[in-house]
Write a protein that binds this ligand. Structure first.
Ligand code: ZN
Ligand code: ZN
Length: 623
């Protein structure tokens, strides 16, 4: 990097400085920044460190490359200016190399000595995309100048190792540190959370003398991240009882847990907690609330919250709303929201298009989907990623355009993943395209020999077309029975803030005698209404028809729904979460229950949300 040293030594007046400070404050665009820059140079104020640093910070926010040019023009920058440059470049992986270059300029050429901030920012850059070797070099420099035991530097080091996934290295720094503060503990916990090691994170959390809102939020976010939503909510409740007041981040995680557990009561409670003014509503929280209502099956509430909130400048609430309508099979509403976005000058991002394409897909709107896929590139300059291709393949597959779906896969610039092939395979099952299904099943098996979902689908293709022998052979050959037996079906339902879990054929519940006789009564009622059990896709080992029916009737979601019917007032919606895909028969039964018992039933299974009402499901029987 070249250094341009000016010899401007005009006398410096403080009123100049004030004038410049106010000038810097009014800079709004790159154009104004350039004008101010010119003034700085002509008045020689660029050599005044306070104003130069202030200006540099402003420029760095607007354009890093411009900041770099400016930096090169500042004669003998002081330590603050160096640190500003290191920090500005440290935040993104594409520029963090420049942080290290500025750090090297500082330590080799400037004649200045780095302070703790220089190290904190440089370690930040290292963790964001530099090599372990480079990080270690900076660390040995910290040792040389005696700053390695400074608590700020220690925390930055722990964070750096955490970002690299070298959590145990971070732990060593943590253990050896003489000086530790709350931030050190929180950084160490965050490092464990980042690596998915929740047991260590929790152990450390429990060892803390006093946990602050960051400690609590990190643990709750960690449980959400690894899919332990009940634990996340348990922690959230503990926090409300004994911990500090939750902040925005805590609530975003807690709402995500509610969404995943379809825990509407608790989600509503958080919404009212925000409404009471305990925490200021912002657009990120708004997006989480919309998402929660949508996923709990309350799309009207989601939409009301969305439209009631004025001045939505950020993209998040828009994405949540489009995603919500997509999930509920309301593509035209999703498109309306997208068009409104344009009117309000909110730029869509890649997530917006995933949601929009999903909406088209769930609504069988092939032409619209193709149009938005094109517009995304031509009008918004967004390069399609694997998720977008996935949506398109799903869209075409759903519409039964299986050949086109396969063509789309071969046109992808990246390698297709198992999920994309899985979408086509699923369509082969639905459209009974056995030959194609078999061929694609083999492709998936080659990519992932233990892919349970694929085996199940392939097995279902065989059994639903009556090829029981092939299905049985597949089961034996691929050890499907052991693979699927590892994950027993489990459904849960929330009643008054408590979760009740049911396994297949579960009789452990105190109410189970009542529950099973209710199930019998229910099945009779449904049969009168026209329900016929669907055996197609399971239990190949059972030959006797009656046994098959019994096995079907005790699927975990049926138990959970019956439990919900027994324990809630007529008309109350029932919300169920299932860990596996809902089977054909349970889907059919739930449609009948929604009509016969006049209940809205929301089932979130492993792949999507089903919203049953008046005998119809929002998935239109495609899942
Ligand atoms: Zn079932
Ligand atoms: Zn459905």
């Amino acid at each position: 990097m070249s250094r341009f040293c000016s010899t401007l030594t005009k006398p410096f007046h403080s009123d100049h400085c004030c004038r410049l400070a106010s000038l810097v404050d009014t800079c709004k665009s790159i154009q104004q920044i350039k004008q101010t820059h010119a003034q700085l140079v002509t008045t020689a104020l660029i050599s005044h460190h306070v104003s130069a640093n202030k200006f540099l910070k402003l420029v760095a926010d607007a354009s890093l490359s411009y900041a770099h040019k400016l930096f090169d023009q500042i004669p003998q920058p002081d330590l603050f200016i160096y640190n500003t440059m290191i920090k500005a470049h440290s935040l993104s992986p594409s520029s963090c190399n420049d942080s290290l270059m500025v750090f090297r300029l500082l330590t080799r050429d400037s004649g200045l000595s780095p302070n703790r901030y220089s190290f904190v920012f440089t370690f930040g850059a290292c963790g964001n995309g530099l090599s372990v070797q480079e990080g270690e070099q900076v660390r040995s420099h910290a040792v040389k100048v005696g700053l390695d035991s400074n608590v700020f530097v220690v925390n930055a080091l722990i964070g750096m190792y955490g970002k690299w996934g070298l959590v145990e290295y971070g732990r060593k720094v943590f253990e050896w540190a003489v000086d530790k503060d709350l931030y050190s503990w929180n950084t160490m916990i965050a490092a464990y959370v980042g690596s998915g090691n929740m047991s260590q994170a929790k152990e450390l959390f429990d060892e803390m003398q006093e946990q602050d809102v960051v400690s609590w939020s990190t643990i709750i976010a960690g449980y959400v991240q690894v899919g332990c939503f009940m634990e996340a909510l348990d922690f959230f409740h503990r926090m409300l009882q004994v911990g500090p007041k939750p902040n925005e981040y805590t609530l975003v995680s807690a709402l995500a847990a509610c969404s995943n557990l379809v825990a509407l009561d608790q989600g509503k409670w958080i919404h009212s907690f925000i409404g009471r003014g305990e925490i200021k509503m912002n657009e990120r929280l708004l997006a989480s609330i919309i998402d929660m209502y949508a996923k709990c099956g309350e799309i009207e509430s989601a939409s009301r919250v969305f439209w009631e909130h004025n001045a939505k400048r950020k993209v998040w609430p828009w994405n949540a709303m489009i995603g919500g309508f997509a999930m509920h099979g309301k593509p035209s509403e999703a498109i309306k929201v997208f068009q409104k976005m344009k009117v309000e000058n909110v730029s869509p991002n890649k997530v917006t298009f995933v949601a929009l394409l999903n909406a088209c897909s769930h609504g069988y709107m092939v032409e619209e989907g193709k149009l938005y896929f094109r517009l995304m590139v031509s009008d918004y300059g967004i390069i399609p990623e694997i998720e977008h291709y996935g949506c398109m393949v799903d869209l075409l597959s759903r519409a039964g355009l299986l050949k086109e779906a396969e063509d789309m896969i071969s046109s992808m610039p990246m390698a297709p993943d198992v999920a994309i092939w899985g979408a086509v395979l699923n369509a082969c099952r639905i459209y009974k395209d056995m030959e194609r299904g078999y061929r694609i099943g083999r492709i998936i098996k080659e990519m992932d020999p233990n892919h349970v979902g694929c085996h199940v689908l392939l097995g279902n293709i065989y059994s639903s077309s009556g090829r029981w022998n092939d299905a049985r052979m597949l089961r034996e050959k691929s050890e499907i029975s052991t693979a699927t037996k590892k994950i027993p079906g489990c459904s849960s339902i929330e009643l008054n803030g408590t979760f009740y879990q049911f396994l297949v054929g579960d009789r452990s519940h105190p109410q189970s005698r009542e529950l099973y006789s209710f199930l019998d009564e229910m099945t009779t009622k449904l049969k009168i209404a026209g329900y016929v059990p669907v055996f197609g896709e399971l239990l190949l080992d059972i030959d006797d028809e009656e046994d098959k029916e019994t096995a079907l009737s005790v699927h975990s979601e049926k138990l959970a729904i019956a439990f919900g019917l027994l324990n809630t007032a007529p008309g109350t919606p029932i919300r169920i979460v299932k860990n596996l895909r809902v089977c054909r028969d349970c889907h059919q039964v739930t449609k009948f229950i929604s009509k016969v018992y006049d209940r809205v039933i929301i089932v979130r299974d492993r792949t999507r949300y089903h919203h049953f009402k008046d005998g119809i499901c929002s998935c239109k029987d495609y899942w």
